[in-house]
Design a protein around this ligand. Structure first.
Ligand code: UD1
Length: 373
């Protein structure tokens, strides 16, 4: 195939969790002299703290293209990416497009490639929350059904795909590529001074992240969650790096005063990858509605309370440190008390969450690329 010519592999990223998945992949692709990796940033996330700081922390090369689509309604945002990304594909004519995760950029990238008959690889395939009100669930299902290589993080993902009649020849259980980042950057994480900066003591605080539309776009749900935090911060400090969408919602609902009057609640702007992992690693526990952090906390053996009705990552509950607690205040408080009394889940790392997932993925794709350097 393509003798003498480099194989063009186009990798698509758009939002914060994508950057963490593409960093180890770019690093691995670089090792193959036959490959020309091309990085396309859709621009779904664009603030320095949401994008550039991750490129710096994770050593991701500058994108070859930035589509600069920005924020917008789902249709408009996805549509803009499709229009702009199709132009890139037509110009570059890649032999493979790789998409990661479950954000709007993931689906848009896969759709363009599939329609142009370019093979698509999806990293983090097969995850299902069975909650079609989540935009991510729609993105996951559609992306998987138009992809040719499905790289899965955990066994439940394989089962989900087989149940949806996806051919088993396309499915590969390779582990979690985000863990590659964690292991690659271990030393830098260790050296982070974030605890000192925020005057925190090891295991003397909890970390919170919250940004899902189901939690912060619904005033009642959001209010209930805040009243849970009001109680929890009386017992332990809460550190909350706030997502821009949540910040907007706090202003919209007039909740700012509720955060301001909490004495033990530290609200900070979004932070970079290295600082965030250090913060979680040294915390007593994590409360989150993020997908990736459920996995990272399992790997770091930090108890995690997932503030959602469901998880698409069941292995974090089955073998990890995660408890899906929902948004009921009493239930949350009960679980927090259990952790504070020293009975938090300890868990262990799932199979293949070993820092070698990118290697496994590129090896599987090798027939497209010939042999390594
Ligand atoms: C997106 C993903 C979500 C992921 C999250 C991680 C989809 C459907 N959702 O959600 O799965 O967990 O990223 O962060 O793709 N904003 C800024 N600056 C930015 C980015 C966003 O101010 O750099 C604000 C804008 O007001 C924007 C809002 O945040 O409207 C939401 O951004 P968007 O990219 O639509 O979705 P996220 O909530 O970030």
């Amino acid at each position: 195939m393509n003798k003498g010519k480099k194989i063009k592999v186009l990798c698509v990223v758009g939002a914060r969790p994508n950057f963490i998945k593409v960093a180890p992949l770019m690093e691995e692709l670089k090792k193959y002299r036959q490959i020309k990796p091309i990085l396309v940033h859709t621009g779904q996330h664009y603030d320095f703290e949401m994008s550039e700081s991750f490129f710096k922390d994770l050593n991701i090369p500058k994108p070859d293209y930035n589509l600069e689509v920005g924020s917008g309604l789902h249709g408009a945002q996805t549509g803009k990416i499709i229009i702009e990304f199709e132009k890139v594909c037509l110009k570059e004519k890649p032999q493979l497009v790789i998409v990661v995760g479950d954000v709007n950029s993931t689906l848009a990238g896969a759709l363009v490639a599939a329609k142009l008959h370019i093979p698509v690889a999806h990293i983090e395939a097969g995850l299902r929350s069975r909650d079609m009100t989540m935009p991510e669930e729609i993105n996951r299902i559609l992306t998987d059904h138009i992809s040719d290589f499905l790289f899965v993080t955990e066994p439940a993902g394989v089962k989900n795909l087989l149940k949806e009649n996806i051919s088993k020849e396309k499915i590969y259980l390779v582990g979690d590529i985000m863990i590659d980042c964690l292991t690659n950057l271990k030393a830098k994480i260790q050296n982070s001074t974030i605890l000192k900066k925020l005057k925190l003591k090891r295991k003397g605080y909890a970390v919170l992240t919250l940004h899902r539309p189901a939690n912060v776009d619904d005033k009642k749900v959001f209010s209930k969650l805040i009243s849970a935090f009001e109680e929890i911060q009386k017992k332990i400090k809460i550190v909350y790096p706030i997502h821009p969408r949540t910040k907007k919602q706090i202003e919209k609902f007039g909740f700012r005063w509720r955060f301001q009057r909490m004495k033990n609640f530290i609200l900070i702007p979004p932070i970079g990858y290295i600082e965030m992992i250090k913060l979680v690693r040294e915390s007593k526990f994590l409360m989150t509605d993020s997908g990736g952090l459920q996995e990272e906390s399992t790997f770091l053996r930090v108890p995690c309370l997932t503030l959602r009705k469901n998880t698409e990552r069941p292995i974090t509950v089955e073998v990890g440190t995660n408890i899906v607690v929902g948004t009921n205040k009493n239930k949350i408080l009960k679980k927090v008390n259990k952790i504070l009394s020293g009975c938090g889940k300890r868990g262990k790392a799932p199979k293949y969450w070993d820092g070698k997932t990118a290697k496994r993925i590129v090896k599987i794709l090798q027939p497209l690329f010939f042999s390594p350097k």
